[in-house]
Design a protein around this ligand. Structure first.
Ligand code: UT7
Length: 323
């Protein structure tokens, strides 16, 4: 028997505190004008003191479960994408699992930085397709504010905190009515390791470290590789770009979204952009944007949605989903 992984619920959560560009201009030599012109970001949410990645993940997961009409008792797999875990170990997903009251199946963290949600969704899809789980929570959750160098204006203005989640359910292929994950594409090229990294870690330094990025080089790679991921994912599914109802990209920079749109001749009205209000929330950005567009009624059941991302590693990927 073959199974389709159907998205039956979405949810997200943002920390309460909002930091505007003007707030940042009080801390580093920057301006609202520069940040908006170069990134499209106006504000971002930042976790409160003591608010952990798991807290954001739990809130997003609860909303996704409610939206799906399922409970913790149904869940038999949790894949949590994060580059900012609560602790070095155990996995943040273990804490999320316990807090939700999930008592069966596996829960694990997956680390592909900003591409994390695409990697996590693809991993969960493979579990469901093989009949190894029935109902999966796929979560992207981050507190990048903890690993920013708040004196480095070239990075601290870009990122925000948040979480998003989807509930995937295995439906027999014939019964899925075309809904579900249709194709996925993942890539890693470790030669890009030093373009975007954190200069600390348990094994190398024994510290947590701060985010470092060669922004210009990452920008160029992002436009090229995201375009490649979109084209390849559609080719694997035999779907033309024009058939896609909504593009839900990783929200790193409005200029990257525009660059990919120009390169592939995409209709800008079909691209969901939340970068202005969320900034770059790494693994949380795609499910946050997806939830935003589902809740405001843009994305409807039956729509063909393409999600994509590029992040540290370098990693990149895309997935095509019939909602
Ligand atoms: O999610 C994972 C992937 N991450 C990304 O996709 C991020 C990719 N990169 C980017 O989004 C862009 O490269 C940035 C937004 C990070 C930078 O934009 P840019 O157009 O590539 O600017 P730049 O790095 O070439 O910097 C231009 C100038 C520099 O000054 P000089 O050397 O020309 O005098 C920077 O020092 O802008 C300066 N600058 C700033 N000025 C005001 C850099 N950051 C700031 C700032 N405020 N916050």
């Amino acid at each position: 028997m073959t199974f389709r992984s159907v998205v039956i619920g979405v949810g997200s959560h943002l920390p309460e505190a909002v930091v505007t560009n003007d707030d940042l201009a009080q801390r580093v030599d920057t301006s609202d004008e520069w940040i908006v012109a170069r990134t499209g970001i106006h504000e971002r949410h930042v976790a409160a003191v003591g608010e952990k990645t798991s807290d954001l993940a739990i809130a997003a997961a609860r909303r996704a479960l409610t939206h799906a009409g399922r409970t913790a008792a149904d869940v038999d797999l949790i894949v949590l994408a994060t580059a900012t875990p609560d602790l070095t170990f155990p996995a943040t997903s273990a804490r999320v699992q316990a807090a939700l009251g999930v008592t069966k199946g596996a829960a694990f963290d997956l680390h592909a930085v900003c591409s994390g949600f695409i990697f996590a969704l693809t991993t969960a899809d493979n579990f469901l397709a093989r009949g190894q789980a029935k109902t999966a929570l796929v979560i992207g959750a981050e507190t990048f504010s903890r690993i920013l160098d708040w004196e480095d204006r070239s990075t601290c203005v870009l990122f925000g905190d948040g979480a998003g989640a989807v509930v995937l359910e295995a439906h027999e292929d014939g019964a899925a009515s075309g809904r579900g994950i249709i194709s996925t594409f993942l890539r890693t090229d470790g030669r890009g390791h030093d373009l975007l990294y954190v200069d600390g870690g348990p094994s190398q330094t024994g510290t947590v470290g701060k985010l470092r990025m060669q922004g210009n080089a990452v920008f160029r790679q992002a436009v090229e590789h995201i375009s490649e991921a979109i084209v390849e994912t559609c080719a694997r599914a035999g779907v033309a770009l024009a058939e896609i109802d909504w593009f839900v990209p990783h929200q790193a920079n409005q200029r990257i979204l525009d660059g990919v749109a120009r390169r592939l001749n995409l209709d800008k009205d079909r691209i969901v952009s939340t970068v202005a209000l969320h900034g770059n929330t790494s693994a949380a950005s795609v499910p946050l944007a997806l939830d935003t567009a589902v809740r405001d009624g843009r994305i409807k059941p039956g729509d063909l949605v393409l999600i994509e991302a590029l992040g540290g590693g370098l990693t990149w990927g895309a997935a095509l989903i019939r909602m």
